[in-house]
Design a protein around this ligand. Structure first.
Ligand SMILES: Nc1ncnc2c1ncn2[C@@H]1O[C@H](COP(=O)(O)OP(=O)(O)OP(=O)(O)O)[C@@H](O)[C@H]1O
Ligand SMILES: [Mg+2]
Length: 270
């Protein structure tokens, strides 16, 4: 018996290896969707904010998360990033729940901008550059500050900058390591048209490098120009969802701006 077994072993092993490799490839193959949300529900103090929300974000696309003030956009992102716990449902990034270790590959521009206000711009950016493992931090930071018109503010404390300036710094921190996924909660809020375009150019460059982008915005012109897919939230569910083209088709080819107004003007069924 012994010799037969010994002979058989390589064949069996070979088969197992092939199978294992196949299984591994299937498991590790990057799904087309970088984000998958299924039947997400969340409430605060008995008030349901998201009732039953399912959507996915394709790898490499720009996805617009839309809805009126208080509709639950920021809440959805916070739940996706593990900052809020869902009452029900699953929220996956790259096939699993977010873990703090994943943060390096994700650039998140939160609604509440948060930087170390008493430190200067250069030091704050350098700190994050080291956390993100940037090798050419100094050159990258100075080039970025020059590009966004903040070169002379490198040694200025964050709390001495205007809101828009602080936001530029924070966007720089988000994109400095060319993340796989950028989540931007109203990135151009409060910007003048020139700076808005500048920021959108920086975001578009990331997209061209292969980054997936989820963008919350109230500017429908940005959405029409940039987004592949959109989701319009109302009353805790997706009221419109799909490619910009398909969504417009569903609403008689109206502009997204008009669709938004129409959806929010609808009377609710009793
Ligand atoms: N931590 C919290 N505790 C209690 N209620 C919350 C909390 N976070 C969000 N909410 C509530 O959830 C609802 C959705 O808030 P959210 O911030 O997600 O809205 P939004 O769509 O991002 O709005 P906006 O466009 O104004 O930023 C609001 O009614 C808000 O009061
Ligand atoms: Mg919000």
């Amino acid at each position: 018996m012994q010799p037969i077994l010994q002979k058989a072993q390589p064949i069996v092993k070979h088969k197992c290896d092939k199978l294992s490799v196949l299984r591994y490839n299937v498991l590790m193959a990057k799904s087309d969707n970088i984000i998958e949300v299924e039947h997400f529900k969340i409430s605060f103090a008995g008030k349901t904010v998201i009732k039953d929300l399912s959507f996915s974000v394709k790898r490499g696309e720009i996805f617009g998360l839309l809805g009126s003030n208080g509709s639950g956009k920021t809440t959805t992102i916070r739940a996706l990033l593990g900052l809020y716990f869902a009452d029900k449902g699953t929220l996956h990034i790259n096939g699993k729940q977010f873990e703090p270790g994943d943060a390096v590959r994700i650039g998140y521009l939160p609604e509440e901008r948060g930087l170390y206000k008493k430190e200067n711009v250069f030091d704050v950016m350098t700190y994050f550059a080291h956390l993100k493992g940037l090798t050419n931090a100094k050159t990258w930071i100075m080039d970025y500050l020059k590009r966004v018109g903040l070169e002379e503010f490198a040694k200025t404390k964050i709390n001495k900058l205007s809101q828009g300036m602080q936001q530029k710094v924070q966007l720089g921190i988000c994109v400095m390591n060319d993340p796989e996924l950028l989540i931007l909660d109203e990135p151009t809020k409060g910007f003048d048209p020139v700076n808005r375009r500048l920021l959108m150019d920086i975001i578009e460059e990331q997209h061209k490098k292969g980054c997936t982008i989820i963008m919350i915005t109230h500017y429908m012109d940005e959405v029409e120009r940039l987004c592949d897919d959109v989701l319009l939230l109302k009353n805790g569910v997706a009221r419109a969802y799909g490619s910009v083209k398909d969504v417009r088709k569903q609403f008689n080819n109206k502009t997204l701006d008009q669709i938004f107004v129409d959806v929010y003007g609808e009377k609710e069924e009793a």
